[in-house]
Design a protein around this ligand. Structure first.
Ligand code: UDX
Length: 479
């Protein structure tokens, strides 16, 4: 075990798709010998600690410490997608004061504790939309490395928000006939990205507070001393090269799931590994999958924040049933807005369908019975699918999802994009095309990228080398 004294503070944005990759990176760094202070909001802290076996986790990662700060919202606040901007605003104001106080107390502890065992934090790794860390780091003279949990491509698009406004590409108006036109002001994407593929904030009017918020976050993020991305070079090389025009240090260290596995290979197995799930996983679906033929099941999940209407869910339901393929569907209790779940789905008597409220997704995607993934194209889900060579059907809705689905269908060719339509006949047709391997190019590309993903985390691979570079660079700050 390397020295336990270099100390890194890590600050994720408090939602599922951001906490999970930050936790995996923390585990990799802790395994490499760093002391980690992992700072969640109180709300997420309680959930995370409720979902892991703390003593088993700490015996595997002795340098790990979970800390928490308030997010500034009342305990009753729903903290869901409809109020996400309140969470952003509150955490970047109220949370900032708490985070600053916490860092100061960690710095002071050096005076109180034995210097042999305690090192003050030498750097902060913060989510790309937690610009409060940049402010605190500047004030207290601690370097901040930003971890953007989106793809390199979407990160690059966000860096062009001002340009998109200048070129009057924003707001993107639904139903406008120009929506299929190409966006030509983002280098490397001129031939592929259409207006309809832009992140959902591009639908905002230019004086909208959400758009202003992201403009500010993106500009502050540029002040970080380096950029970490959960992707790998063979997947997004041209865009990663472009990002070097903003950051001298870009560390692409993905797929983190595979990197963590390869870094821990040879260590004693963890009795109860931390999955980073903020919900209780229903493992009965694994026994159900065990009874299905190889590559027969389509896995359906729309991530942790997307909501949809009763009509949309019914279209998916009928499309899946009509396709004749078995399916495993994650229907979160908060997935449907309005009148709640249709009766058909409340009592899934059909043998072919299995419904859970939350699945052990990484394990499901790697299960031999699963042959395809119908997804909302969140970045974690997309990368997890690419890593195991599973083709996707994309039904993107918000945030970065439309950028991701465009890359999946038109750049990497590892899936099909439904974009805005989810009528039952489209669902049925796409499920058949995917599950019957009707598209040879998709079959070839999924295998190619899965191999490249695995190669990237093995000794000598790009993500393997980049994580070592990150480790060296952090150690050099300490010395
Ligand atoms: C959000 C945004 O929606 C997404 O677009 C952005 O890239 C990250 O933040 P989310 O919607 O939750 O994330 O999607 P995604 O990025 O795919 O992350 C979901 C995570 O939850 C994945 O790591 C997935 O493995 C996990 N998951 C999902 C489960 O463990 N079980 C489930 O049943 C569903």
């Amino acid at each position: 075990m390397a020295d336990l004294q270099s100390h890194v503070v890590m600050l994720p944005f408090p939602v599922q798709g951001h906490v999970k990759p930050m936790l995996m990176l923390a585990e990799v760094l802790c395994h490499a010998g760093f002391r980690i202070s992992f700072v969640n909001t109180d709300h997420i802290h309680d959930i995370i600690l409720g979902n892991i076996d703390k003593s088993s986790f700490l015996s595997q990662f002795p340098g790990f410490c979970f800390l928490s700060i308030p997010d500034g919202l009342s305990p009753e606040h729903p903290r869901d997608i409809s109020s996400i901007i309140e969470l952003f605003t509150s955490i970047n104001s109220m949370g900032k004061i708490m985070f600053r106080d916490l860092i100061i107390s960690l710095l002071r502890q050096e005076d109180l504790d034995d210097k042999e065992t305690w090192q003050a934090p030498c750097c902060i790794i913060a989510d790309g939309i937690m610009s409060l860390a940049i402010d605190v780091g500047e004030e207290l003279e601690i370097p901040v490395i930003t971890f953007r949990t989106y793809s390199a491509t979407c990160t690059w698009v966000y860096f062009h928000l001002e340009k998109l406004i200048e070129q009057r590409e924003i707001p993107v108006l639904e139903g406008n006939e120009d929506i299929d036109g190409l966006v030509t002001c983002i280098p490397e994407l001129e031939k592929v990205l259409r207006r309809r593929d832009l992140p959902s904030i591009c639908k905002c009017e230019i004086d909208h507070p959400t758009l202003k918020f992201f403009l500010e976050q993106t500009s502050k993020m540029k002040k970080a001393s380096g950029l970490i991305l959960n992707t790998f070079e063979d997947l997004e090389a041209p865009i990663i090269r472009q990002l070097h025009s903003i950051y001298s240090k870009v560390y692409t260290i993905g797929p983190l799931q595979a990197l963590l596995k390869s870094q821990l290979a040879g260590s004693p197995p963890i009795a109860a590994p931390a999955t980073g799930s903020l919900r209780q996983e229903d493992r009965t679906c694994i026994s159900w999958l065990d009874r299905q033929p190889a590559k027969s099941v389509i896995y359906v999940s729309f991530g942790s924040v997307v909501v949809m209407s009763r009509d949309q869910i019914l279209e998916f339901w009928h499309g899946l049933i009509n396709s004749g393929k078995p399916f495993l569907w994650v229907i979160r209790p908060d997935l449907v807005f309005g009148d709640g779940l249709p009766e058909e789905i409340m009592c899934p008597t059909n043998e072919r369908g299995y419904v859970v409220s939350w699945a052990p997704q990484v394990e499901v995607l790697a299960h031999c019975a699963v042959g395809g993934f119908l997804t909302h194209s969140g970045w974690n889900s997309t990368l997890e699918s690419i890593t195991v060579g599973l083709p996707m059907i994309c039904w993107p809705l918000i945030v970065d999802q439309k950028v991701n689905s465009r890359c999946v269908s038109d750049i990497w060719r590892v899936g099909l994009d439904m974009k805005d339509s989810c009528d039952r006949s489209t669902v049925e047709k796409m499920v058949r095309v995917l599950m019957e391997n009707q598209d040879e190019e998709i079959a070839k590309s999924t295998t190619k990228f899965a191999n490249l993903a695995q190669k990237s985390v093995m000794e000598g691979g790009s993500s393997f080398c980049n994580i070592n570079k990150l480790i060296e660079d952090i150690r050099s700050i300490q010395s």
